[in-house]
Design a protein around this ligand. Structure first.
Ligand code: S3P
Length: 177
């Protein structure tokens, strides 16, 4: 069976785009924890933050990881297929989640500079944490806080600045061998 690959990193580092391509090329199924949560709750992340709370959302991230582990463990070895899992930018912050992520598979941190991230998210309105007056500063502050957690959660770090999706996917596949 193929190992699952888990992509972590800050908002806008390319987890979902890279994850989809990686899944297609490596013959794995793809799952995005944000989408899993939106489907479970029947509302967007922005609405969950607004109507429930960020804490409620964070608990669901842990529930998602636990369910993925449970689902995997009830399968027989012939039913098991590796997955590519892209996780929300804040999920690896919780220590409990760092352990669960490593239990799920190989964790890859897609590392990007704040300026790269800002260019990608500056017109996006779907990320509640970046709807502030100075998003670049917010990105710098949050990355500063999170860097250590991302490093602690990851088995491998890949810098994505200035690289194409294809190149990053190739790098991930090459490092698997
Ligand atoms: C968040 C990242 C988002 C989403 C939510 C919170 C974060 O996911 O989970 O808006 O705290 O960094 P993406 O990293 O997929 O944008």
């Amino acid at each position: 069976m193929k190992n699952s690959l888990i992509l972590i990193g800050y908002m806008g580092c390319g987890k979902s785009t890279i994850g989809r391509k990686l899944a297609e090329i490596s013959g794995r199924s793809f799952l995005d924890t944000d989408m899993w949560i939106e489907e479970k709750e029947g509302m967007t992340i922005s609405k969950i933050f607004e109507l429930k709370s960020e804490a409620y959302f964070r608990d669901l991230e842990t529930v998602c990881l636990k369910e993925l582990i449970e689902e995997r463990d009830v399968k027989t070895s012939s039913q098991k297929t590796g997955m590519v899992i892209s996780v929300g930018g804040g999920l690896p912050v919780r220590e409990e989640n760092q352990v669960l992520l490593k239990e799920l598979g190989k964790v890859i941190y897609l590392k990007a500079e704040p300026e790269t991230i800002y260019e990608r998210v500056k017109t996006d309105t779907t990320r509640p944490l970046l709807q502030t007056e100075n998003p670049l500063q917010k990105i710098k502050d949050m990355l500063g806080d999170r860097e250590e957690k991302y490093q602690a959660a990851a088995h491998e770090v890949i810098c994505v600045d200035g690289k194409s999706v294809t190149r990053i996917v190739e790098e991930i596949i090459r490092n698997e061998k």
